[in-house]
Design a protein around this ligand. Structure first.
Ligand SMILES: NC(=O)c1ccc[n+]([C@@H]2O[C@H](COP(=O)([O-])OP(=O)(O)OC[C@H]3O[C@@H](n4cnc5c(N)ncnc54)[C@H](O)[C@@H]3O)[C@@H](O)[C@H]2O)c1
Length: 371
């Protein structure tokens, strides 16, 4: 029996879309006694402070983390802006939930992981899909041997290009905004979690850039093959260049895993719930005005229903708050797994750029030196 739950004083750094969602969820958690936000943009900060009924708001995360109430931290800043607040919080021995990816630069990711490991702080990464029942059941079946030895896995992720465009607009370094680093990392994490016992040794990849290239200097999509030391193969495809009228709000995923004794197929395309309407309601990424058909539940964090977010980010946030408050085990990705996923996505992008296989793992020095 677990006794004496800890009361949480929660610091949320970054009050954008995800900071707001997590703040509203935390405000309903019985063990959260205090919430403070750090948000660079004061107008946005005020809106979110009011919505969450938060106790404190500042533009500077250092001021927030020096408050005596704070004993847990969520870092919900833009993808390339996690590093400084994470290292600052780790040095103060504060447990962390960090949004994915850990960083967008491989050297910074390694530096962040080193700071976390040095202080021994409990830091996990927001690979939210791990909190969905279907991926948990898949994990259980693979782990307990229903497939025999897994030899071959495929994943196909198709995404509406409005996510890519939103990311290119927000970034001042477009070369770091790739479909693999920003979004493919979710599918990659799920598959690598299923293949946890295996060691990846080589990757080969190719990218295309005809739709997003001209306007955004971006990559449309990437296909990759990862080989493992026992001969197993994982083949993945991601495109985040589907037209804005594509009915998926964000992610449509298909995964197949073949083993010596079984096969597991997962249709996560969200084609099972379709809404067609003349009335467009904004939620999450603002939908394109022409998108009148919607694969409902394809917004990965979840959906608003009866005034509350229902779905994986709710499960994940509550689970992390329980982890902090009660010290219970959870299935969150560790910081080391977060760094591994960034390393793999960088190796995939490098292989696609050089059009040749890359041996795994790679370091930031390899990334700079390999030509
Ligand atoms: N887990 C998931 O399923 C999921 C879903 C969507 C986004 N994300 C991730 O969540 C993170 C945030 O995404 P978002 O969509 O909320 O972005 P967003 O642009 O809506 O919000 C980011 C906010 O952080 C603020 N900010 C940046 N640096 C700051 C700093 N140093 N101090 C204070 N505030 C700062 C910005 O002003 C902005 O308001 C990203 O890493 C993204 O990849 C995760």
């Amino acid at each position: 029996m677990i006794k004496n739950p800890k009361t949480i004083g929660l610091a949320i750094i970054g009050a954008g879309r995800v900071g707001l969602i997590r703040g509203e969820l935390a405000a309903r958690h019985p063990q959260v006694g205090w919430i403070g936000f750090a948000e660079k943009n004061p107008e946005r900060g005020e809106i979110v402070r009011e919505k969450c009924g938060a106790d404190f708001l500042t533009q500077d995360y250092r001021t927030l983390l020096s408050r005596p109430e704070v004993n847990a931290v969520m870092v919900c800043t833009d993808e390339h802006l996690h590093v400084d607040p994470v290292i600052y919080a780790a040095e103060r021995h504060l447990p962390l939930l960090i949004e994915k990816p850990l960083a967008t630069d491989l050297a910074e990711s390694a530096q962040t992981l080193a700071a976390i490991e040095k202080t021994g702080v409990d830091a996990v990464i927001g690979y939210t899909q791990r909190f969905r029942r279907r991926w948990l059941v898949a994990k259980e079946k693979v782990m307990t041997g229903s497939l025999g030895e897994v030899t071959m896995v495929t994943s196909r992720a198709f995404m509406n290009r409005l996510v890519a465009i939103d990311n290119y607009k927000r970034s001042d370094n477009r070369s770091e905004v790739t479909p693999m680093v920003i979004s493919g990392t979710h599918a990659l994490d799920i598959v690598m979690w299923l293949m946890e016992a295996k060691k990846p040794v080589e990757v080969y990849a190719r990218s295309v850039n005809k739709a997003l290239g001209p306007t955004w200097q971006g990559i449309d999509g990437t296909a990759y093959t990862i080989s493992f030391d026992d001969g197993a193969i994982y083949h993945g495809v991601i495109s985040w260049a589907l037209p804005e009228i594509w009915p998926g709000a964000v992610y449509s995923l298909e995964v197949g895993a073949v083993g010596t004794e079984g096969v597991l197929t997962i249709d996560d395309t969200h084609r099972d719930m379709v809404l067609a309407t003349n009335i467009i309601q904004a939620e999450g990424y603002a939908p394109d005005k022409r998108r009148h058909v919607d694969f409902l539940t394809s917004y990965p964090v979840g959906d608003m229903a009866l005034g509350e977010l229902r779905g994986p980010m709710r499960e994940e946030t509550n689970s992390w708050l329980n982890r902090v408050s009660l010290g219970v085990k959870t299935q969150h990705a560790t910081a080391a797994e977060g760094h591994n996923r960034l390393m793999l996505t960088k190796a995939i992008d490098l292989s696609a750029r050089l059009k040749r296989p890359i041996q795994l793992p790679i370091t930031a020095q390899d990334e700079a030196q390999i030509q």
